[in-house]
Ligand binder design. Structure first.
Ligand code: COA
Length: 330
């Protein structure tokens, strides 16, 4: 069996209407400022859900766009895979609610919890389902409502994380001209506590004390996470290029996880890809974890930065730790 088995047939994204600028965060009483946030992260604004916008509603909107652009009807979807760490409910998976909203009655639907690598992991699982004959057409979503799980009094985290959803239709390719050329996935649970939510799961269920100690919210050792992110993203880009038997010169665009402009620049430098061939929208959307890469891909396609025939390298890193990469010809 030889790749490509599957290609990306259509993409879409949806973010909350409400925009929060860095000045809005300062106005909430946090000791931070626009200059510091831009210099250390590259983030100027982010979208934060309000007024009943849920993970499922954002995901459904992004998915409808992706389905329309791919020319796919709800009944043609065989599987829905949703990467998220901020589901609408702890039980059941948000993917089944999205299935219901879209009317994809034939589809099997499940969530993947791989943090910022969730969308890339989802695409690789979708490709596997197609390769083993279980599916022809898969809807892969990356979506987060991180505003619900960050501590809005913690300036280390709340400036970074945001809400949104991105989606892609992954279909069997019959021509062999375009599609997924290579992939790479890794995880390492040894350092899980550098970026985690201590309470709220079975190990430490919610009690009245949880709220006092704020242990239900995201906690992050930012400097350590930064170092691991740079190292892992470098490994991810190298491994996907090697597996595809390509070099940096063959890559038309790098779409990295949009965590921080400094991590993106370090990743591009290591890969030997100049910044004019790197897609950046962290300034407008912040870090939307699993949603970051599909939002960036959909945004890049809308801006004409990804066109038919181009070869795109994707790389992600997230809590877990998890990391991974893909090379896709469009
Ligand atoms: N505004 C102003 N000052 C802040 C601040 C903020 N929002 N957040 C932290 N600081 C302060 C710190 O308290 C510290 O002060 P001190 O020197 O008096 O102790 C100082 O700035 C430097 O803190 P440090 O954590 O070393 O800053 P940094 O350059 O590492 O930037 C992050 C902090 C969080 C932006 C950076 O570490 C980062 O981006 N890490 C990766 C996070 C990430 O991408 N996570 C998701 C991975 S998918």
């Amino acid at each position: 069996m030889k790749r490509p088995f599957a290609y990306i047939a259509g993409t879409g994204h949806s973010v909350p209407k409400n925009v929060m600028t860095n000045d809005d965060i300062t106005a909430m009483g946090l000791e931070t400022n626009d200059d510091w946030i831009i210099e250390r992260t590259g983030i100027r604004q982010r979208h934060i859900a309000k007024d009943g916008e849920s993970l499922a509603s954002l995901s459904a909107e992004a998915s409808r766009q992706a389905m329309a652009r791919a020319g796919v009807q709800p009944g043609e979807i065989d599987a829905i895979i949703l990467g998220t760490v901020s589901p609408d409910h702890l039980l059941p998976a948000t993917a089944v609610e999205v299935q219901h909203l879209l009317g994809c009655s034939r589809a099997v639907a499940f969530d993947i919890g791989a943090a910022c690598s969730g969308f890339l992991y989802g695409v690789i699982v979708a490709e596997s389902l197609i390769a083993n004959g279980s599916a022809e057409t898969v809807l892969v979503i990356g979506a987060e409502k991180l505003s619900a799980i960050v501590d809005w009094t913690d300036r280390n985290t709340c400036i970074l994380f945001a809400d949104g959803a991105g989606a892609a239709i992954v279909r069997r390719t019959r021509t062999g001209q375009k599609g997924i050329l290579s992939s790479f996935m890794r995880s390492d649970g040894a350092l899980a506590e550098l970026l985690w939510r201590p309470a709220g799961g079975g190990a430490e269920p919610f009690t009245p004390d949880t709220f006092e100690s704020k242990r239900q919210y995201v906690r992050m050792a930012g400097r350590d996470v930064f170092k691991h992110a740079v190292r892992s993203m470098a490994e991810a880009t190298d491994r996907a290029l090697d597996a595809a038997k390509l070099t940096a010169a063959d890559i038309d665009l790098l779409i990295p996880h949009q965590a921080n402009i400094r991590i993106i620049e370090a990743t591009a430098k290591n890969a030997g890809i100049s910044m004019d061939r790197v897609f950046v929208n962290v300034d407008r959307f912040g870090n939307t974890s699993a949603a970051s890469i599909p939002i960036a891909l959909s945004d890049a396609i809308e801006q004409g930065r990804v066109k038919e025939g181009m070869t795109v390298l994707f790389a992600a890193f997230g809590a877990g730790f998890t990391w991974g990469s893909l090379v896709v010809r469009f």
